[in-house]
Write a protein of this length. Structure first.
Length: 371
């Protein structure tokens, strides 16, 4: 028996996907009543408010979904506080409830399988954030569930590198991380103007990192990449407290000055009992569009640092025009310039990152008793 038009409208609107929530409007309970009068069908669709462009995009998707059904009008309505509270309860998993009750990041709970990758450097200007953004985009391209926590609260740049400009949406008191290129992102850059300096003491930074880890709907992730601030200050200490299962990967440029500072960052991580898994040498050479290579920052620094730390040199990423342009345009080079030499190096870097596997951790309190 053929479905009537109201059933078809309900079905089509219900199949729309909210990408940030990772579920259909039907599953989220956001499809409102559908009525018919004088051969005209009216439907209501609820959404979690946010930037105007979100509503515009959803309206366009809803209209397109029912376009071939004839005279159907879809009214998009922001979810009221009561509806938000109900949706929040629907989205909360037992692990999330535990995390919010104990104020413990879900990534630190025993049931979490996410690898937490801290991307660190001793000094600014070595391209740590660019490496983080491209690694995350490449992992997502491979089908991995990926998030980035932009913990560089004084020099946040991840939103710009991924072309994100909208404020995060909020469901009751739960923050939805914006998504770009399949990567969920949370950054202080969403909440302050780009040219506004952040002048905070340690306790404010600590509280912000806690909120970003506990009050954000990260969902189930395979990888959480943490873009760490330069140096060894308050934020690094907070991350060690909140994410004791983190693995640290150190980014440096080849020259000796950068290597010495990066080494201090790595040694600080080891003192905090965070395992340093590898070194990434960025800007290993400038490669012109014609393929000429210039070692403008010297050479060999990444290999020397890896040797001193007793870890693997995971990659040597050249500086190319495509890599720089991708950062300025908000399109990671691995996506927008896949054939570029820097993109090839970044893909090889991700290959090695995945082949390493998560760090093995041993509990001294568990011992095998011989019979």
């Amino acid at each position: 028996m053929a479905k009537d038009i109201q059933e078809q409208v309900l079905e089509r609107l219900g199949s729309l996907i909210d990408d940030e929530l990772g579920a259909s409007f039907q599953e989220l309970g956001l499809v409102g009543p559908v009525s018919s009068r004088l051969r005209r069908v009216s439907a209501q669709l609820y959404y979690v408010g946010g930037a105007p462009e979100i509503a515009e995009r959803l309206q366009a998707e809803a209209d397109a979904a029912v376009a071939e059904l004839g005279s159907v009008s879809v009214e998009l309505l922001p979810l009221d506080p009561s509806g938000q509270a109900q949706l929040r309860e629907r989205l909360m998993t037992p692990m999330m409830l535990e995390a919010r009750t104990t104020r413990t990041p879900v990534f630190s709970l025993p049931g979490s399988t996410a690898r937490v990758i801290g991307v660190s450097s001793g000094k600014g200007g070595v391209g740590k954030s660019s490496v983080t953004a491209n690694m995350a985009a490449e992992l997502a391209r491979r089908g991995r569930r990926v998030g980035i926590l932009d913990a560089d609260v004084y020099g946040f740049s991840i939103p710009k590198l991924l072309g994100l400009t909208s404020m995060p949406r909020v469901i009751d008191d739960l923050i939805l991380p914006p998504k770009a290129f399949g990567v969920k992102v949370m950054s202080l850059g969403f909440f302050v103007e780009e040219d506004t300096p952040v002048i905070w003491r340690g306790p404010m930074l600590h509280k912000t990192i806690e909120q970003f880890l506990v009050d954000v709907l990260w969902g189930e992730l395979d990888y959480l990449l943490v873009d760490m601030p330069p140096g060894t200050g308050d934020v690094a200490l907070s991350l060690q407290q909140f994410l004791p299962r983190s693995e640290i990967f150190v980014v440096t440029t080849p020259q000796s000055a950068a290597v010495r500072v990066a080494q201090r960052s790595a040694l600080a991580a080891k003192k905090l009992k965070l395992p340093v898994r590898g070194v990434i040498e960025n800007m290993s050479a400038f490669v012109t569009p014609e393929g000429e290579r210039y070692a403008i920052f010297g050479s060999g620094g990444g290999a020397r640092l890896a040797g001193d730390l007793g870890v693997e040199l995971l990659g040597e990423v050249p500086l190319t025009m495509a890599l720089r342009e991708g950062g300025d345009q908000g399109i990671p080079a691995v996506i927008g310039a896949a054939s570029d030499l820097a993109s090839e190096s970044l893909r090889e870097l991700v290959d090695r990152l995945e082949s390493l596997g998560p760090v093995r951790r041993y509990r001294s309190d568990l011992k095998v008793q011989a019979k």
